[in-house]
Design a protein around this ligand. Structure first.
Ligand SMILES: Cc1cc2nc3c(=O)[nH]c(=O)nc-3n(C[C@H](O)[C@H](O)[C@H](O)COP(=O)(O)OP(=O)(O)OC[C@H]3O[C@@H](n4cnc5c(N)ncnc54)[C@H](O)[C@@H]3O)c2cc1C
Length: 302
């Protein structure tokens, strides 16, 4: 993988340390601390720090509800209630800091999530490694014919091999030129901040990413979804596993209401009510467009 010998040593040193604390500790999260979870061919996600647990969400919620909410005294029930009713601020009381290594084209999608704090590896200051994302053959797929923003069936045989060959050759050639330009063999090399400009978007970058649980759930809702591009979805999936161990009740509610739930329009709800009454509802008499109807049917079929 992806980790340099220095990073492996740093992780081992960090994992060898432990400190007594009066702060909240999530046992499920402690096992993840510093450990790198591999993603794609050279990437990873690892937890650097965190704050809070399921109880911290309830503690914050009870500040607003006080003693008057006997019916939601049970922590899991309270968390489900908060999630169901979009009472989101208690989830902001938990935070997570991740170290992520990811291809630049994935980083461009990720950085659109503005409600996080980011510090990225500087390619002005440091030299980038010769590490490029090259998809596994089963992920070398054709343009989708039904979704302009997606991929269809995997390319086969020679066609797939040729694509992989192009990706590898172009990546290496660009990196050879990068090295040549920054080389100070006998004279001043080109500035790193300029030499990087012809490197392709499949080169890896790294950042620290800190976000609260409410905004993390928003990110995961969008990026662990099947509409998200595979290459960012696998990062979201890896983070989902960590969050499930960190705040099991909150993650359970998120999985149920957000990942597993559906957001139906007024027209769609009207169709559901008509179907329950036994009426035959079709796209033509639904009031929905063909695209809306297709998505509605997909939601109902699961
Ligand atoms: C499948 C998919 C396809 C996409 N395709 C494209 C595309 O083709 N082109 C493209 O440019 N983007 C695309 N995006 C990115 C998308 O439009 C959002 O920018 C991205 O998902 C971040 O969402 P967000 O703004 O809700 O998140 P965050 O930036 O984390 O914001 C969270 C919430 O905070 C609030 N907020 C934050 N900042 C502001 C602000 N300045 N003003 C008002 N409210 C704010 C909003 O309520 C927002 O929902 C795509 C995203 C997905 C998931």
């Amino acid at each position: 993988m992806s980790l340099s010998p220095e990073q492996i040593q740093e992780i081992e040193e960090q994992r060898a340390q432990s400190a007594q604390t009066r702060r909240v500790v999530s046992e499920g999260m402690e096992k993840h601390l510093y450990t790198a979870h591999e993603v794609l061919d050279h990437g990873f996600v690892r937890v650097i720090d965190y704050m809070g647990d399921d109880a911290a969400i309830c503690q914050a919620a009870r500040v607003s509800y006080g003693k008057g909410t006997k019916s939601v005294q049970n922590d899991e029930g309270l968390i489900r209630y908060l999630m169901r009713h979009w009472h989101s601020t208690p989830f902001e009381m938990c935070e997570i800091k991740l170290h992520v290594k990811l291809p630049v084209f994935v980083a461009r999608q990720w950085i659109r999530h503005r409600t996080a704090n980011v510090n990225e590896y500087s390619a002005r200051y440091s030299i980038l490694d010769r590490e490029f994302y090259i998809p596994a053959p089963e992920h070398v797929a054709a343009q989708s014919v039904v979704n302009n923003q997606g991929r269809g069936a995997a390319l086969q045989g020679e066609e797939a091999a040729r694509v992989l060959e192009i990706l590898k050759a172009d990546s290496n050639r660009a990196y050879d030129h990068y090295e040549e330009m920054i080389s100070d063999d006998g004279q001043d090399g080109l500035a790193r901040e300029l030499a990087r400009m012809n490197l392709p978007a499949n080169i890896y970058t790294q950042w620290y990413w800190k976000v609260d649980l409410h905004n993390l759930f928003h990110f995961l809702r969008l990026r662990a979804d099947h509409h998200a591009q595979y290459e960012i979805r696998v990062y979201a999936d890896a983070i989902c596993k960590v969050v499930a161990d960190w705040v099991p009740a909150a993650y359970g509610a998120f999985e149920d209401y957000r990942l597993g739930g559906a957001n139906l329009s007024g027209r769609a709800m009207d169709c559901v009510r008509r179907m329950l009454k036994g009426e035959e509802v079709t796209q033509e008499n639904s009031g929905m467009s063909k695209g809306e109807w297709r998505e509605f049917e997909a939601e109902l079929k699961g």
